[in-house]
Write a protein that binds this ligand. Structure first.
Ligand code: PMP
Length: 316
C-alpha cells in the first residue's frame, strides 16, 4: 500500500489536495479513538469503475455513528457524490475507499460536547490485503492470547476507531509468532473473527459462520458470501463456532472488504483440509470476483457505477 501520488481527498465538504488533509494534534479522536469509519472497494468493471455494495456500507457507517451518538452532518448522497468525484479526480479504477467521521478540535474532555464532528474520505490503491498468494494458496493463522473485545464492552457491530486497538494487539502477536493473521476467541470461549475479517468454515459440504452474538463486526463481505453460497445451493448455518470446529474443518476462509475471500490453510501448525485453497472456497471466490467485476448478471445491483454517481450529483 502506498499513498504516493494520490492527488485528492475529501474533507468536511470539500475536495482538497491530498497534502492538505491535516488535523490538529489536539483532536479528540486522536486521543480517544472517538471516530467511526468504513472500508469500501471500487472495482474496475466492463462498464468502468463501480463501488461494490455501497448502500450497506453507507448504512453501517451511519449506524456506527448512531451507536456513539455522533451526528454525521452530510447525507449519504453527498458522501456518495464525494466518492465519485474522488475516484474520478484521482484517476482510479480499482481502489479502496475510506470514509471516516471523528470528533475534531474543540475540547479534550472525554464527553465530546463542544467538539465538532468532522468527516473525511480517502481513496487509495490497495491490493490483496493478505497477499495475492494468500488469495490463491491460503494463509497461516494463529489463535492469539488477546480476547476479542466483548459486545458488552463496546458495540462490536460498529466500526469504531478505538475498537481497533484490540485488533492491533492481535495482529502484532500473530506476526510476531510468524503467522499471517490472528484469530480472536471471544470471552465466552467461542471463535470470534480475524483482526479485520470474518470467519467461515466448511465441513461435509456445509458452510458455517457466526453472528453478532459472537462479538463480531457484521461484515458486508460475510453477507455477500452467505448470499452467493446459498444461491450456489449450499447450506449455510449461522451460530456459535468452536475452536475445534475450525481445527477439524475441511476448508476455512476469511472474508472482508480488504481481505476479500482469503482461504485459511493452517491454524497453529494444524493443516486445514489439504493445506491449500479448497474446492468450495474456490467456487465461491470465483463467483465473488466475477460479481465485483460486473460479470454476474444476478448481482449487478450490488454495483454503483462511478460514472452514474458523478453524473447524477452534477445534475447531468
Ligand atoms: N471484522 C472486522 C473486525 C473488520 O474490521 C472487518 C473489515 N471491515 C470485517 C470483519 C469484514 O467486514 P466487511 O466485509 O464489511 O469489510
Amino acid at each position: 500500500m502506498s499513498f504516493d501520488g494520490i492527488k485528492y481527498l475529501w474533507m468536511n465538504g470539500e475536495i482538497k489536495p491530498w497534502a492538505e488533509g491535516m488535523l490538529h494534534v489536539a483532536s479528540h479522536a486522536l486521543h480517544y479513538g472517538s471516530g467511526v469509519f468504513e472500508g469500501i472497494r471500487c472495482y474496475d468493471t466492463d462498464d468502468g469503475p463501480a463501488i461494490f455494495r455501497l448502500a450497506p456500507h453507507l448504512a453501517r457507517f451511519y449506524a456506527s455513528a448512531e451507536l456513539y451518538q455522533m451526528h454525521i452532518p452530510y447525507t449519504p448522497a453527498e458522501l456518495e457524490a464525494a466518492m465519485g468525484e474522488l475516484i474520478t479526480g484521482n484517476g482510479f479504477t480499482d481502489c479502496y475507499i475510506r470514509p471516516i467521521a471523528y470528533y475534531g478540535y474543540g475540547s479534550l474532555g472525554l464527553h465530546p460536547r463542544n467538539t465538532p464532528v468532522e468527516v473525511a474520505i480517502l481513496t487509495w490503491k490497495w491490493g490483496a490485503y493478505l497477499g495475492e498468494e494468500g488469495l490463491k494458496k491460503g494463509v497461516r493463522v494463529t489463535f492469539v492470547s488477546w480476547t476479542k473485545l466483548h459486545q458488552t464492552m463496546m458495540p462490536t457491530t460498529a466500526k469504531g476507531c478505538g475498537q481497533y486497538l484490540n485488533s492491533i494487539l492481535a495482529v502484532r502477536e500473530a506476526f510476531a509468532n510468524g503467522y499471517d493473521e490472528a484469530i480472536l476467541i471471544n470471552r465466552d470461549g467461542y471463535l470470534s473473527e480475524g483482526s479485520g475479517e470474518n470467519l467461515f468454515i466448511i465441513k461435509d459440504g456445509v458452510i458455517r459462520t457466526n453472528d453478532e452474538h459472537s462479538s463480531i463486526l457484521l461484515g458486508i463481505t460475510r453477507d455477500t458470501v452467505i448470499q452467493i453460497a446459498r444461491d450456489l445451493g449450499y447450506r449455510v448455518e449461522i451460530g456459535w463456532l468452536r475452536k475445534e470446529d475450525l481445527l477439524t474443518s475441511d476448508e476455512a476462509f476469511f472474508t472482508g472488504t480488504a481481505a476479500e475471500i482469503t482461504p485459511i490453510r493452517e491454524v497453529d501448525q494444524k493443516i486445514i483440509g489439504a493445506g491449500e485453497r479448497g474446492p468450495i472456497t474456490t467456487e465461491i471466490q470465483n463467483v465473488f470476483f466475477a460479481a465485483v467485476r460486473g460479470r454476474e448478471a444476478r448481482y449487478r445491483h450490488w454495483l454503483s457505477p462511478v460514472a452514474q454517481t458523478v453524473a447524477s450529483s452534477r445534475g447531468g
